[in-house]
Structure formats: C-alpha cells, structure tokens
Design a binder for this molecule. Structure first.
Ligand code: ADP
Ligand code: MG
Length: 621
C-alpha cells in the first residue's frame, strides 16, 4: 500500500534534490523496478537520457487506484513510520523519486499488477496529471520520461554532453547488473543494444562480459561469512581505484573503510597500484547509515572495525590460495611501478658492496635435510584460469538473441520475490607447497616447480629475503635474546659520519642481540650475534643497518622498521648457484612462512604460468 508519510517522518528524511541529471532519474527508476521484484529490467535512453528515458520491468506493478498516489511527494509503500528507517532493505524509501522526476519532465507510466486484468496508463506534465486511463498492458511497469528539465531551463545547463550522460547511465546499469546477476538487464542507447545479461545468477559471467579489464586481472573468488565477490591477483593491479566496486546490502557504496580492509587483506603483497575488487558485503541494516546523501553512495558504518576486519580476513583467505599467485607472462597488465620505489630498491642493492653480502648457501647449510616430498596428487582440481570474453559487443549480441521478456509463470506472479542469496563462488583450496615437484633451475636464480595444472617460477633471492625477514621478526620480537658468541669476532668499519653521529643504531643492534663495542678508528668489534642469524647474515645485516642509519641521519621507532626491511634485503643478496638439496631446503623454509607469497617489499617470491596460458601461447587453445 502506498502511503503518504507524515510530516515528522518526512522531515527526518534528508530533503534534497534527487534528480540532478538523467542518470539520477534512471537510478531511481531502476531501483524502483528492483524493489518491485522484477526479474527483467530494460533501460532505454536517447540523447544520453535528455530527450527520452524508458525503464520497463516485470515487477509487481501499481494498481489503478494507487497510480496517482505514487507521484505524491513522500508517498511510498516501503516505510510507514520512523522506526522502519532503521531497517531499510529496499533501495528507495524517501517516496520522492517519482514526484521529483514527474515534476521536471513529461512522464508516462504504464503499469499492471498481476491480479488485475487491465493496466493503467497515467501521463503527467510538470508534475500535473494530464490523463489517466485503463489500458492493456504486460505485467509490470514501464516509465517513460521525456524532455527532462523542459520546464526548468536552469537545470539543463548542468547536463554534460549526450555521450557523457549516456556513459554515466551505462556505467550505473553495469553496476546493478553485477550486483544482481539474478536479474536480466538490457541497456539500449539511441536504438542500439549496448549489453544485456542473462539473469541466471552467474556473477562471474556478468563480470567477464561487462568488466573484461577486471576479469583479465584474474578473478579470485572471495567467500567468507558476510563478504563475497572477487579480487584480482596481487600482481595484476590497476593504476587507479576504478576497478573497485563495493556493494553493501546490494547497494553500490564508496567507503574508505572497505578500501582499507581490502588493502590489508593483501598483506603487503601489492607492489604498486590498486587491486581490482568486486565485493558484496551483507551488513545488519541497522548498523549502516545510508541516509547521508540523497545519492546514497557514501555509507557510514556504526562498527567500522568489524567491517574492516571482515573484509580483510575474507580477502586474505582468498589471496592465500594458489589463485593469488601472480601470473607470469600475461599481457594486458598495466606497468605502473612507481619510479621512487624502483630507485630505492636499486639504491638498496648497491648500498652494500657485494663482498659483504651473505651467501644464500651459508644460510642454507644450517638447514636440516628436508623430507623428500610425495609426488603431486593426481586428484582433480579447479583450474583458476579460464577464458574470458573480452568483446562486449559480441557478448551483448549473443545475449540479445536470448533476451526476451519472460512469460511470467503463475507462481512468480505473486508479489516482489525475496532477494536471492548472493551467488556462491567456489573458493579454491589454500596453496599447498606439498603439491609441487622440482623441475629445474635457470639463470642461477630461478627455481621451476610444477603443480597440478600450473608451473611456478620462484625467485631464490625474494624467497630467501622473505624467510630471513620472518625469522628476523620472530627473533627480534622475542624479549630476551642474549647474543650467541662467534668463534672469530669480526669488525665493522663505518664511514666517519656514521662513527661520529649519535649512536642510536648501535643500541638498536644490541636490542637485536648483537654484542658490539666501539673499537676506535671508525671500527666496531662484534663478539656475539643474534641467535636467529647465521654469521654471514649477521655481518651483512649489521653493515647494512649502520649504513642505512647513516643515510637517514639516525634511527627512531618510525624509521627503524624501514631500515630493518632494507637491511634484510642486503643480508640475503647474493648470486649463488644452489644444489637441488639446497633448493629443497629453501622451499620447505618458504612453505613455513606466514606469507610465502611475497618478499617484505611486496615483490612476488614466485609467479605462476598455467598450462592453459602455455597452450594459448602455442595457439592450441
Ligand atoms: P520510493 O521508492 O522511495 O518508495 P518512489 O517515488 O520512487 O518512492 O515510488 C513511490 C512508490 O511507487 C513506491 O513506494 C512503490 O510503491 C511505487 N512504485 C514506483 N515504481 C514502481 C515500479 N516500477 N513497480 C512497482 N511499484 C512502483
Ligand atoms: Mg524509489
């Protein structure tokens, strides 16, 4: 039943001009269709919506008696009192969209409820009803909006070009289409079908059709409690956030809380740029405030940390699977590495003379002999890479043929159908090092391992750096580490400025477990090293740390972590050729890491190439 809200409730709802541009009218009409339980929604525009907008749905329709009421300000069937505002599950609730749109256009609505034999056609000009009559009609509602802002010329000048308005509308409908894969959407502009979706509930298929640039970054399924969707693999980022779409309770929102949770979920594995992500979050309607802005995009969470953690945990689980390993040799990945980062790492590498770098072999020699691995299990597993359709036009064309308004079956004719569950994606199993078999070693640096359907290329330095870093952080955070004496003490020679500057770095090294003392003549003598380092590592680390401290003019709690990261890199940098035995040791150490997927600087420790990619390169597929 459509009721007019009392003035108290009406005033509680932020007033504001809802209709600013054609896209705002389309948004309201589409949301009404979705609220009406439609399974099929067609949006047609001409001239970017300025001269013509049509939205046709197969939803519950409006009865003859209520047709006029729907156009009254604050007339809505969706809430009746202020208590309802806290538990809004429909998209619209202000009861002012139809009133606002009809006030600034020539509007025609044709509508029929399932239980009524005939439909209603009502025409309004500038908000005034000019005719209302019974008519034959399909079940559902069609709203045609012509000559938007014809009676408010001032508003017309805020509209952009036809093309800009059309693309804003197209983008909007694309967003609804991914959010509601159970609804068939069709978008027509100037007589041309731009796209349509099947309405079969397959989110991934909709993304591949409508967002090929996101799909090409590898869609890792996310499914954890109230958070579902897809994220890109950490190595395939975009240079902006344009690949990030967040939906809370099926409503597109922008939220820095969700952005933060997403970034944290990657755990430092983003080397540069922004991951692509399409995330659906279910939240208790009473814990979100959607009433901040009439456009309803900004969302406020009452329990921000809860949402942030939920997103972070869900993304973490997803990218910790094999699907989260960056793909090697894949085209179409934007190269957007920031110059500063490259420069810094280059400087890192050259900061320490190679003679002082620890041998990776020195580190490996201390490892226990690893167990021989079982051969990879042969059971079936999901392939993470699949072909994607990149040609929207082609896909839309195919869909167009399959698209027609469904003949509504009697049972479905009831009232607005319940919103279906989000489509469940299958989350691949966590990545398991046990599934890998050693296949080879190239350029004295890269280790080739074979998995089930993919081969993996490991960078021995990035891997060693990750292992050393985690061992370091574990050892360092241990409260007591008494130095382990070294058989032959060694000296550190530092530059004059490091020698003469305030020696906070020396205290840092002692905190880490070094037994180190001033030896005069710009040298320090080391008689004991941290128990969690090998002698070679300890020497290279101390050297790198003192130099880094010199460069940054001292240390404090803020720079310390940065210096440690840089020094870890120096401590493991070396070009050793490894034996198969040492490679196995490196692998089993890496497998034990909390985050075996990237070095502390965010570079991948290994990449993957699927058999599918290889076959495609040979034009077999
Ligand atoms: P709101 O959506 O905030 O309730 P609107 O002005 O958008 O306000 O719509 C007013 C009322 O008209 C809605 O509450 C709904 O009952 C009815 N209505 C609007 N569009 C449709 C539609 N496409 N199908 C069925 N009912 C509709
Ligand atoms: Mg509405």
């Amino acid at each position: 039943m459509i009721k007019v809200l009392d003035s108290f409730v009406a005033d509680k709802i932020a007033a504001g001009e809802v209709i600013e541009r054609p896209v705002s009218a389309v948004k309201e009409l589409i949301e009404n269709s979705m609220d009406a339980g439609a399974h099929s929604v067609i949006a047609e525009i001409r001239n970017g919506g300025k001269s013509y907008i049509r939205v046709t749905d197969d939803g519950c329709g409006i009865s003859f008696d209520e047709a006029e009421t729907a156009f009254l300000r604050h007339a809505t069937s969706k809430i009746s009192g202020i208590t309802d505002l806290d538990s809004i599950e429909t998209l619209g609730f202000r009861g002012e969209a139809l009133a606002s749109i009809s006030a600034v256009s020539r509007l025609t609505m044709v509508t029929r409820t399932p239980d009524s034999p005939s439909g209603t056609k009502i025409i309004l000009h500038g908000g005034k009803v000019v005719s209302k009559e019974l008519t034959g009609a399909n079940k559902g509602t069609t709203v045609i909006v012509e000559d938007l802002f014809y009676n408010t010329p001032a508003r017309r000048k805020f509209m952009k070009s036809d093309a800009r308005e059309a693309s804003a509308i197209t983008e909007l409908i694309q967003q609804y289409a991914v959010c509601r894969p159970d609804i068939r959407f069709m978008m027509i502009s100037n007589g041309q079908t731009l796209f349509s979706t099947k309405g079969d509930g397959d989110t991934e298929a909709v993304i591949r059709t409508l967002y090929p640039d996101i799909a090409s970054r590898g869609l890792i399924p996310v499914l954890d409690g109230s958070v579902s969707g897809f994220v890109s693999d950490p190595g395939s980022t975009m240079s902006t956030r344009r690949g990030q779409l967040f939906f809370v309770n099926k409503r597109l929102v922008s939220s820095s809380i969700i952005e933060k949770g997403l970034t944290e979920g990657y755990q430092g594995r983003i080397f540069s740029g922004f991951p692509a992500a399409i995330l659906f979050i279910e939240a208790d309607p009473s814990s979100v405030d959607v009433n901040i802005h009439p456009g309803k995009r900004e969302i406020r969470f009452l329990r921000q940390d809860e949402i942030r953690n939920a997103v972070c945990e869900a993304v973490k689980k997803a990218v910790m699977t094999g699907a989260g390993i960056p793909k090697g040799f894949v085209k179409n990945i934007e190269s957007n590495e920031p110059k500063s980062l490259n420069n810094e790492t280059d400087r890192d590498a050259s900061a320490v003379p190679s003679g002082e770098q620890t041998s990776i072999r020195d580190f490996l020699s201390r490892l226990e002999r690893p167990k021989r691995k079982e051969p990879a299990k042969e059971e079936a597993s999901g392939s993470y890479s699949a072909a994607y359709v990149s040609d929207i036009a082609e896909a839309a064309e195919d869909d167009y043929e399959a698209f027609s308004m469904p003949a509504a079956p009697a049972a479905a004719e009831e009232k607005a159908a319940a919103v279906p569950e989000p489509v469940k994606a299958k989350v691949p199993a966590p990545f398991d090092f046990e599934d890998l078999t050693y296949k080879g070693y190239v350029f004295d640096t890269y280790i080739i391992m074979q998995g089930r359907d993919e081969l993996y290329i490991f960078d021995q330095h990035a891997a060693h750096e990750r292992i050393f870093y985690e061992r370091f952080m574990r050892g360092y955070s241990n409260s007591s580490h008494s130095p382990q004496p070294v058989l032959t003490s060694f000296t550190l020679s530092v530059s004059p400025d490091v020698y003469s500057m305030e020696r906070s770095w020396l205290e840092d090294l002692r905190d880490m477990g070094y037994d180190i003392e001033d030896f005069g003549e710009r040298t320090f003598i080391v008689r004991g090293i941290p128990p969690y380092m090998s002698a070679g590592e300890a020497e290279a680390f101390a050297m790198a740390y003192s130099e880094a401290a010199g460069e940054s003019g001292g240390t404090n709690s803020v720079v310390r972590d940065k210096l440690i990261m840089r020094s870890c890199k120096s401590a493991v940098k070396a070009n050793d050729r490894l034996s198969e035995y040492e490679i196995n040791g490196l692998m089993s150490e890496l497998a034990k890491c909390d985050n075996p997927f990237s070095c502390p600087h965010g570079r991948p420790t290994f990449i993957r190439v699927s058999s599918y990619d290889i076959e495609r390169s040979f034009r077999r597929k």
